[in-house]
Ligand binder design. Structure first.
Ligand SMILES: Cc1ncc(COP(=O)(O)O)c(C=O)c1O
Length: 441
């Protein structure tokens, strides 16, 4: 990551940043677009779109295959992008595997462990074998992408799935975590930041618990909502794997990344198999390349990876510490404003607690989809529903919530627009007088 200036982002600088994002100047339903749905997918700066366009105009070729100039240039750019993404998270180049998205990255780890458990991968892979008596530990706040692959792995191997519960404050119950994480724990899969609660989980403490058991435990971090929003160093965190998606950090859809410790990636059996990931193939046997190629079967997502590199350049130029600080500022403003609106209950840690740049809330007497429609009528884009995290909604007694999520291109004025609109929701639907406040906190 390039050195940031350590001067906080200002409103004037955010206005300049906004000029790099053409979509932010469009209007929606007669209002200027207020885009507060970065938690689902972020918008793209011109430099990211240009990187993809330049690739198609000048270099389009399959990487790691052709002997011609276009193929060589495409391969160079593809690998340079990997270097950029690796440096961005403090990893070595060969520790970053391209995937379609974070979901595929998490499935890759789960299926590779499953393949090892079937005896694939020989002696190198023996340490990944799990079965009856072993435990996979997740948390109650996981996105389905970091829950269902582990449910499936448990079902395939006979291992048990356990979860760390969430407290009323929307934080992990660390006393329970200390009891649950033990010598049977072979996988600990946890979100760094909850996509519903905004909670920043204590990864160092969780890793310490996992390392203290003496078991060969693989710590898998769902970094989808953290890598885009704060400085991250995967080596310092000492996680074994981490997954994230380009489209949540100014990059294109169709590409994500799996970080894995080099010695683990090189010992793990592949997930997808086919061309480009082998050394020798006979009619009944194949030998595999080292990581990362062993996990990159088939023709790769070249333009997207290159554009992902451009996104990382953009974020690094602004500085992740400054982006995190700006988001915190907007989030605290939103939390303060929402606390004053009757009938709004914020899910997750209250004001002053560690939190990332998203706020999900329940609106007493009004379904989240109606809230979303009402806000959209004013040009405000938010996410509504269960955000692919049904268990944590159930934990808080709701089936759906409204989520506003902030990024480096959002302004204080947009937070005001959100607060003004949310204040009008319950009166508009006629529930303000009939349903009591649900207890904002
Ligand atoms: C915490 C978290 N994990 C995983 C995912 C899945 O990301 P993708 O759909 O890009 O694979 C998301 C996306 O919403 C997320 O917020």
């Amino acid at each position: 990551m390039t050195e940031s200036l350590r001067v906080p982002l200002t409103t004037a600088e955010v206005e300049r940043i906004r000029n790099d994002f053409p979509i932010l100047s469009r209007s929606v339903n007669g209002h200027p677009l207020v885009y507060l749905d970065t938690g689902a997918t972020s918008q793209n700066p011109i430099s990211v779109m240009e990187a993809e366009q330049e690739y198609y105009e000048q270099r389009n070729a399959a990487v790691h295959r052709g002997a011609h100039t276009l193929a060589a240039e495409a391969t160079d750019l593809f690998e340079q992008a990997r270097d950029k993404v690796a440096a961005f998270i403090g990893a070595a180049d060969d520790e970053v595997v391209w995937t379609s998205n974070a979901t595929e990255a998490l499935n890759l780890v789960a299926y590779s462990i499953g393949n090892a458990s079937l005896g694939r991968g020989g002696t190198d892979a023996a340490r990944f074998r799990i079965g009856p008596g072993d435990e996979i530990v997740v948390t109650e706040m996981e996105h389905h992408a970091n829950l269902i692959p582990w449910q499936e792995l448990a079902a395939r191997t006979g291992a048990s799935l356990r979860y760390i519960p969430v407290t009323d404050d929307g934080e992990l119950d660390m006393n329970a975590a200390a009891e649950i994480i033990g010598e049977r724990t072979r996988v600990l899969a946890v979100a760094h930041v909850s996509n519903v609660l905004g909670t920043i989980n204590p990864v160092p403490a969780l890793v310490s618990l996992a390392r203290a058991t003496g078991a060969d435990t693989f710590v898998v971090l769902d970094a989808c909502q953290s890598v885009p929003h704060m400085p991250i160093n995967v080596h310092a965190l000492d996680v074994d794997f981490a997954a994230f998606s380009a489209h949540k950090m100014l990059g294109p859809t169709g590409v994500g990344a799996l970080y894995g410790k080099s010695e683990l990636l090189n010992a793990m059996p592949p997930f997808l198999t086919g061309g480009s990931m082998i050394t020798v193939v006979t009619m009944d046997h194949a030998e595999f390349l080292p990581a990362p190629q062993r996990f990159e079967a088939g023709t790769q997502r070249v333009s997207q990876a290159i554009a992902f590199g451009a996104a990382v350049d953009y974020l690094s130029h602004i500085g992740m510490d400054r982006i995190q600080q700006w988001e915190e500022h907007l989030t605290q403003k939103a939390l303060q404003g929402l606390a004053d609106i009757p009938g709004i209950r914020v899910l997750g840690p209250g004001r002053g607690r560690p939190r990332s740049g998203l706020v999900a809330f329940d609106t007493a007497g009004v379904h989240a989809h109606d809230v979303g429609q009402f806000l959209d009528d004013r040009g405000i884009a938010v996410r509504v529903g269960h955000h692919c995290a049904q268990p944590v909604h159930r934990r808080f007694g709701v089936t759906a919530s409204t989520r506003a999520s902030f990024y480096l291109y959002n302004t204080e004025a947009e937070v005001d627009d959100l607060l003004n609109a949310v204040a009008d929701v319950r009166p508009f639907f006629g529930v303000a007088q009939t349903t009591g406040a649900a207890g904002a906190r």
